[in-house]
Design a protein. Structure first.
Length: 43
């Protein structure tokens, strides 16, 4: 029983880690591609 519960939580943690990595990669991609088009005003 313990092994089933343990594997369940490993799966959940790996899934959440993968989602954070995907969001980070998409954010970095948008930052690199869209930031030059819309520069910030430094006033």
């Amino acid at each position: 029983m313990f092994a089933v519960v343990w594997h369940y939580w490993i799966g959940v943690s790996v899934f959440l880690l993968g989602m954070f990595v995907m969001v980070g990669l998409i954010g970095q991609y948008l930052n690199k591609t869209q930031a030059p088009k819309y520069p910030r005003n430094k006033e």
